[in-house]
Write a protein that binds this ligand. Structure first.
Ligand code: NAP
Length: 340
């Protein structure tokens, strides 16, 4: 295992922004991971786990710690019966390649989460989700290196405390566990409607009436290519804001002023309001704010068009969140994690 020094982070983050990191290491086995963590802890060096860099941003000053990229491989079917298949995936497997393989096998469970730039190990951290599926629906358990106990532990789905685009890995246990593998249970079945509107619209437009995992994957890939800017050409971190989750009284207030406001029940008495809609209503869609372009096709995405650095991004973020707060009295939160 090589540890590299003074690496420019912007080369590893899809927002193409950020200073250098003092150290960076790729690990391909649990033993290497354990070794590098023990070393860092002995020397008092902080560490940060980096996946594909598509949902992480960095500041301009040097990160004085160690960036660890977990590239542990593995794709193993561990059990199968008439209706289900359980697979164990190394944290370093590329998420979309796994989705493609499971779809090829005719399995359902993760097909709507096609084309998400992620490694398998990063997927549970923010409970990735798209078009009505989230990883919490299929994840049975995961293995993680517990940096407090210095050993590999197994966490069940319940122990991960998944909520909307969140988990213990971003909240109470942030920095404690490093995911080394995930185990998913998928189904031998055909997907059933109702589908998200975007997917159903795609099926209607293309006269698709036989619903398969492959059809959903193809629809999602086509929609995402249309609505989400390619980060290679237009640097971005995907959805920059989480959708707003609001209480019933807040929704009642919102609907008094904006009867057409889109909203979806969360099933716990709260409601989801698309942040893209809130931002659009504030007039930001397509605007250039401090070098950050609010994506014309989906206001949830901020594109680094000409920002001089993190300060510009933070000014754009404040302008947007403040305007949404002033107009709707709703707080919208940043989705990408920050290296710190
Ligand atoms: P959209 O179709 O324009 O819809 C706007 C928002 O409304 C979505 O974020 C979605 O919430 C919500 N929504 C739409 N139909 C819904 C339904 N039937 N039930 C409940 N909620 C509904 O959204 P978009 O921005 O183009 O994104 C499309 C999908 O890709 C979304 O599911 C989005 O989450 C996903 N996506 C995920 C990531 C990520 O994981 N970071 C990045 C980009 C896009 P949800 O977001 O909760 O689904």
């Amino acid at each position: 295992m090589n540890v590299h020094t003074n690496i420019p982070l912007k080369n590893y983050l899809s927002m193409k922004m950020g200073g250098t990191t003092r150290f960076m290491a790729d690990v391909t086995t649990v033993d290497e991971l354990s070794q590098v963590i023990t070393n860092a802890k002995t020397k008092g060096i902080p560490f940060f786990i980096l996946g594909s860099g598509s949902n992480v941003i960095a500041r301009d000053d040097e990160y004085t710690g160690l960036i660890i990229r977990v590239r542990i491989p593995g794709f193993e079917i561990i059990s199968e019966d008439y209706t289900t298949v359980t697979i164990k995936l190394g944290a370093g497997e590329i998420w979309d390649e796994v989705v493609a393989q499971t779809v090829d096998k005719g399995l359902i469970g993760i097909e709507a989460m096609s084309d998400i730039p992620s490694y398998c190990g990063a997927a549970p951290v923010q409970n990735i989700g798209a078009y009505g599926q989230e990883i919490a629906d299929t994840l049975v358990s995961l293995e993680a290196y517990d940096t407090t106990a210095n050993q590999v532990v197994t966490l069940t789905n319940e122990e991960c405390k998944f909520t909307y685009r969140d988990s213990i890995f971003r909240t109470e246990a942030q920095g404690r566990y490093i995911i080394t593998s995930i185990t998913l249970q998928l189904y031998k079945a055909a997907p059933e409607p109702p589908f998200y509107k975007g997917v159903q619209d795609y099926f209607d437009e293309h006269n698709i009436t036989i619903y398969t995992a492959k059809a959903i994957r193809e629809a999602v890939i086509a929609i995402r290519h249309e609505k989400l800017p390619n980060p290679v050409e237009k640097p971005n971190s995907g959805s920059f804001f989480k959708n707003a989750i609001i209480e019933q009284w807040q929704l009642d207030e919102l609907l008094q002023d904006y009867p057409d406001a889109p909203h979806y029940e969360m099933g716990d008495g709260r409601h989801k309001v698309p942040s893209g809609w809130l931002i659009e209503q504030c007039g930001f869609k397509g605007q250039l704010l401090h070098g950050m372009r609010v994506n014309p096709a989906n206001a949830l995405v901020l594109i680094n068009e000409s920002a001089t650095g993190y300060l510009d991004l933070s000014l754009a973020r404040t302008e947007i969140t403040q305007a949404v707060q002033d107009r709707f009295r709703i707080n919208i939160e940043q989705e990408p994690l920050e290296i710190a």
